[in-house]
Design a binder for this molecule. Structure first.
Ligand SMILES: [Cu+2]
Length: 219
C-alpha cells in the first residue's frame, strides 16, 4: 500500500518525500509544507513506535535530488520545543534514503514523544512526523527495506561536535525554562560523520561522507 502511494505521488509535479519508517502520523502531499507534521495532528498516537535510545532507522523516499534533512524530537507535552537528534544532513541523489540508526533521547525514556523528519528542498520545507516512545537499549536492527538508492549520497552539513543538542527535561521547573545539557545522555553523533547512520548495504561505493561539508545549497 505504501509503495502504491509513492507511485501515485511520483506522478504529481509537487511530489516531495514520503516517510516509510517509522510509520508516519499521516501523509498528504499537498499539506506536507505545514509544520510541524505535514498537516497532521502532532499529538496523534494511533501508531506509536518504540525507539531505543541506541538508535532507530529513518527511511524515506525522496523525490528531490538535492535536499537538506533534519531529524528532531519533542515531548508530547511540549511540542513547540523540538530538539535535533543528529546534525543536519545533506542528501544528493534520488529515491530510497535510509539512515540506519538515529539515536533517541535518553532523558525521555518512557515518555510520549514525537519525531519530526523535515526536508528542505528547492520548493521549501516539508514535514512528516512519527509518534514514538523512547526506550532504553541498543539500536534496533533495520529492516532490509532500509536501503539507499543507487548514486544517493549524504553528509553532515554542520559539524556534529558543534551541534550537540540541548535537551529539555520532561518536567521543566516553573522559574526558568531549565535545560539539562546532560552531556552523558544527549545524543552524540560520531565524529566519523554520517557513516554510522548508514545502511552499509548497497551504498559503500556510492557514498562520500564528508563531515562539515560547506557550501551545500540548491543553487
Ligand atoms: Cu517537493
Amino acid at each position: 500500500m505504501k509503495s502504491y502511494t509513492f507511485l501515485a505521488i511520483l506522478s504529481t509535479a509537487s511530489a516531495h518525500f514520503v516517510l516509510e519508517t517509522p510509520p508516519s502520523i499521516g501523509f498528504n502531499d499537498v499539506k506536507e509544507a505545514e509544520a510541524p507534521c505535514g498537516g497532521f495532528d502532532v499529538k496523534n498516537r494511533d501508531k506509536v513506535t518504540e525507539w531505543p535510545v541506541g538508535g532507530y532507522p529513518v527511511y524515506v523516499q525522496s523525490t528531490h535530488t538535492r535536499a537538506k534533512w533534519t531529524y528532531k524530537a519533542a515531548l508530547l507535552n511540549s511540542t513547540s520545543s523540538f530538539v535535533d537528534l543528529i546534525p543536519q544532513v545533506g542528501q544528493e541523489g534520488l529515491g530510497d534514503f535510509c539512515l540506519t540508526s538515529i539515536p533517541g533521547v535518553a532523558e525521555w525514556v518512557g515518555l510520549d514523544a514525537v519525531v519530526q523528519v523535515a526536508q528542505e528542498a528547492h520548493d521549501g520545507k516539508l514535514y512528516q512526523c512519527a509518534a514514538v516512545k523512547f526506550t532504553s537499549g541498543n539500536a534496533f536492527t533495520p529492516e532490509s527495506s532500509c536501503k539507499n538508492g543507487t548514486g544517493l549520497s549524504a553528509s553532515f552539513i554542520a559539524s556534529p561536535t558543534s551541534a550537540t543538542p540541548t535537551v529539555p527535561t520532561s518536567s521543566p521547573t516553573s522559574s526558568t525554562s531549565s535545560t539539562a545539557s546532560g552531556s552523558a545522555a544527549s545524543p552524540s553523533p560520531s565524529s566519523e560523520g554520517v557513516a554510522m547512520y548508514w545502511n552499509p548495504v548497497g551504498i559503500a561505493a556510492a557514498v562520500a561522507v564528508v563531515v562539515g561539508a560547506s557550501g551545500f545549497g540548491f543553487t
